[in-house]
Design a protein around this ligand. Sequence first.
Ligand SMILES: [Zn+2]
Length: 226
Amino acid sequence: MADSSSRWTNTAPTPPRPSPSTISTRAAFSHRTCKCSLPYEYKIVIAGNHELTFDQEFMADLIKQDFYYFPSVSKLKPENYENVQSLLTNCIYLQDSEVTVRGFRIYGSPWQPWFYGWGFNLPRGQALLEKWNLIPEGVDVLITHGPPLGFLDWVPKKMQRVGCVELLNTVQRRVQPRLHVFGHIHEGYGVMADGTTTYVNASVCTVNYQPVNPPIVIDLPTPRNS
Ligand SMILES: [Zn+2]
């Protein structure tokens, strides 16, 4: 487990506004709210850096601070958020966990390389690799908040690829899912493939937080054992 004190800093610039990562089993991505009324039989949700109250370690640190870095949540009490997952009543929430839906093994994880003072941050390298090592082999659909290095992770303003190299190694060398869905880097919206895995950056918002990108729908062959 990472040293939580290294996961955020009080010198970070004001972060952009929240946009939760909400996907359906067909890789549709919804902005801001968990649209529990969306007409899908199964809706699978993961958290990301904006879902502060889902990161219990982050919140435990945050509420000890004597300044309002995140005014909307800084003064919450533990009892206000410790069961936040229970609010998701009409979808499946994954956090370093797996579900099988219609024969598809689906695994979800919220972590990303350190990104200002947000939730679910971890340092690049071993700390993130330990999270990716939890992903079992045989997963068909992998959902992570952030992208792997080199796939839909280009940030033009920085002239940098910001994806996680440990995630790339995990996806390409070990897990080899059929589909890897992520968001986080809004500039990378789109689809790529490497011959084994199809990569979907499902960011519905542009870099300026305009929710104009349409959902991306991927049809997968039904698993043989379903
Ligand atoms: Zn993000």
